[in-house]
Ligand binder design. Structure first.
Ligand code: FAD
Length: 480
C-alpha cells in the first residue's frame, strides 16, 4: 500500500497537499524527484534553465531529503524522461498510487499528461492537487464564466473568496521496508543527489539561501519587522528593499502559499493605522498578481510562446545583438539600467521596480524583442517563473492583456524618483561611486566622466528611441 509523492516545485514537507493526502492513505509514503534532461538542457522552446536556479533547487532538495529521513522515510532521486521513469519506479516498487501537485506551465502540463497516461497503463492510481495558488484557475471567473483578462476585476473576485487553511505538518512517515527486494532494486536505480557540476552547470552568482528554513525566516522577517505594514510606502526603492524576498521560495515551493496567506491573516491582528492596513492589502495584491498570471497562462497557454496582442505579433523589432549584449552585461550607459542588470547577474534577484525599468528599456529604448529579455531573465533569475516572468515581460512590452498598452519608462526620471540618493546605482556601479548624486541622476554623465571611469556612454538616445518605438507601434496597428 505504497504512495509515491512526486515533488517538482513543492520542495517542502509542511502544508503540502499531495504529501498530506498520501499520508491519509495509511500506508508507506516516499518522495521522489526526477531530474528531467529536457528542462536541464533547456530543450523545449519555452523552457530556459539557469545555473543559479538549479543551484538553489539542489540546496532545497538536500534539505527536503533530510526532512524526509528525519520523519522515517526518504526522498529518492532519478534522472530521465519523467513519464518513463515514473512508470518504471511505480512498477519496481509495486506502488498503489502516485500523487503530485499541479503546475500551470504548458510544458509541465504536457509532461504530467504523459506521466498520468504511462501510470494508467500499468493500473497505478494517480491524483493531482492544487498547491501553487490559493484558488484554482477555474475557480475565479467573470459573471459569464470566462477567465479574467484584466487584473483589477480578477483581484476583486479573488479577494472576496474564502482562503484555504495551511495543512498540518506530518509528525512521522512510514517509509519503505529496506529488506524487501523492491527496496533493493529501487535503490539500484536511484541516483545520489547530483552536484551542480554533474548537471553541467557552474554558478558564479551569490544566490539567496535555499530551503524550507530560509523560506520561513524570510516570511517571519517580513512580518516581524513590520515590512508588511510599510510595504506600500517602501516597496519601490531598490536601494533598501521593503519587499519580502520570498520569490525564489514561492517559485520552488519551500513555503506553501496557504501558510503565507495565514501570515497575512495573523498580521491583521496587529494593524495600528490605515497606512498599515493599506500596506498589508498592497502586499496581498502582489500575491494576487502572482495568481492572476498563473491563471492567464493556464487559460491562454499560447502566451508562453508569443505576444497576446496581434499588433505586437507583427511589430518590427531591431534585435541588435551588440545592444542586447550591452543590456545583459549592464553596459548601456544608463546607470539605473546597468545597476539593475548587474544586481541580476551577481545575485540572481532584481527588485521589481528595476525589472520594470530594464524591461521597458530593452523593448522601448533598444527596440529588442521582449522574448530575448524574457529568456535572459529565466537564465539569471533564481525566482524565474514562467507565469510571472512572461506576465511581467508582456506587460512591459505592451504586448499582453493589459488595458493601458503604451507605457514607456524614462530611465533618468525613474532613477530620480526611486533612487533619489543614488545609493542603489553606486552599490552596483562602483566606477561611478565618486560622482555627485546630482551628476549621477542628471541623465547626462559627460563623455569625459565616462572615459575617466571606464563607464560606457549611452548606447542610444532615449528621446529618439521613444519616438521611433511609437512610430513603429502605430505602423503595426495600421497594418492590421
Ligand atoms: P514581494 O514584493 O514581497 O511580493 C510577494 C510575492 O508576490 C513575490 O515573491 C511574488 O511571488 C509575488 N509577486 C510580486 N509582484 C509580482 C508581480 N508583478 N507578478 C507576479 N508575482 C508577483 N516574479 C517571479 O516570481 N518570477 C519571475 O520570473 C518574475 N519575472 C518578472 C519579470 C518582469 C519583467 C517583471 C516586471 C516582474 C517579474 N516578476 C517575477 C514579478 C516581481 O518582480 C517579483 O515577484 C518580485 O520582485 C519578487 O520580490 P519579492 O519576493 O521581494 O516580492
Amino acid at each position: 500500500n505504497l504512495t509515491i509523492v512526486w515533488h517538482r516545485r513543492d520542495l517542502r514537507i509542511a502544508d503540502n497537499p499531495a504529501l498530506d493526502q498520501a499520508i491519509a492513505q495509511n500506508g508507506a509514503t516516499i518522495g521522489i524527484f526526477i531530474f528531467d534532461p529536457q528542462i536541464l538542457e533547456s530543450k523545449a522552446e519555452d523552457q530556459t534553465t539557469g545555473a543559479g536556479q538549479v543551484d538553489f533547487m539542489l540546496g532545497c532538495l538536500q534539505e527536503l531529503q533530510a526532512a524526509y529521513q528525519d520523519l522515517g522515510s526518504d526522498l529518492l532521486f532519478f534522472h530521465g524522461d519523467p513519464a518513463k521513469t515514473i512508470r518504471d519506479i511505480a512498477q519496481t516498487l509495486n506502488a498503489a498510487r502516485v500523487f503530485f501537485n499541479q503546475d500551470v506551465e504548458p510544458f509541465a502540463r504536457e509532461r504530467d499528461r504523459q506521466a498520468c497516461a504511462a501510470l494508467a497503463e500499468i493500473g497505478v492510481e494517480v491524483k493531482s492537487f492544487l498547491d501553487l495558488a490559493l484558488h484554482a484557475p477555474d475557480a475565479i471567473s467573470t459573471n459569464s464564466g470566462t477567465p479574467y483578462k484584466v487584473y483589477t476585476p480578477f483581484w476583486r473576485s479573488w479577494i472576496a473568496k474564502a482562503k484555504p487553511q495551511p495543512l498540518p505538518s506530518p509528525a512521522k512517515l512510514v517509509g519503505l521496508d529496506g529488506r524487501t527486494s523492491e527496496s533493493r532494486s529501487i535503490e539500484a536505480k536511484a541516483i545520489a543527489l547530483p552536484r551542480l557540476a554533474d548537471l553541467g552547470f557552474s554558478c558564479d552568482q551569490d544566490i539567496p539561501t535555499a530551503g524550507i528554513k530560509a523560506a520561513e525566516q524570510c516570511l517571519q522577517d517580513f512580518c516581524d519587522t513590520n515590512k508588511i505594514f510599510n510595504y506600500q510606502q517602501e516597496r519601490n526603492f531598490p536601494a533598501n528593499p521593503g519587499t519580502s524576498m520570498l520569490s525564489p521560495h514561492l517559485r520552488f515551493g519551500t513555503i506553501g502559499i496557504r501558510q503565507v496567506w495565514q501570515a497575512t491573516v495573523a498580521a491583521t491582528e496587529h494593524i495600528r493605522s490605515d497606512e498599515e492596513k493599506a500596506g498589508l492589502q498592497t502586499w496581498r495584491q502582489e500575491l494576487a498578481w502572482r495568481e492572476f498570471y498563473q491563471h492567464v497562462l493556464f487559460h491562454f497557454p499560447d502566451l508562453a510562446t508569443g505576444a497576446y496582442r496581434s499588433q505586437m505579433q507583427v511589430f518590427e523589432w531591431d534585435d541588435d545583438e551588440a545592444k542586447f549584449a550591452a543590456w545583459c552585461k549592464g553596459e548601456t550607459g544608463y546607470p539605473i539600467v546597468d545597476a539593475a542588470m548587474r544586481q541580476l547577474n551577481q545575485t540572481g534577484w532584481m527588485h521589481n521596480r528595476c525589472r520594470m525599468i530594464v524591461a521597458s528599456f530593452l523593448t522601448k529604448d533598444l527596440i529588442i524583442n521582449w522574448q530575448w529579455g524574457e529568456r535572459y531573465f529565466m537564465e539569471k533569475l533564481v525566482d524565474g517563473d514562467q507565469a510571472a516572468n512572461n506576465g511581467g515581460w508582456q506587460w512591459s512590452a505592451s504586448s499582453g492583456m493589459d488595458p493601458k498598452p503604451l507605457r514607456i519608462f524614462n530611465p533618468a526620471s525613474q532613477a530620480r524618483k526611486y533612487d533619489k540618493d543614488g545609493e542603489y546605482i553606486r552599490r552596483w556601479i562602483p566606477e561611478l561611486a565618486g560622482l555627485t548624486t546630482a551628476e549621477l541622476l542628471s541623465g547626462n554623465i559627460t563623455p569625459q566622466q565616462c572615459k575617466e571611469r571606464g563607464y560606457p556612454m549611452p548606447i542610444v538616445d532615449h528621446a529618439v528611441q521613444q519616438r521611433e518605438f511609437k512610430r513603429r507601434y502605430g505602423e503595426a496597428k495600421e497594418s492590421l
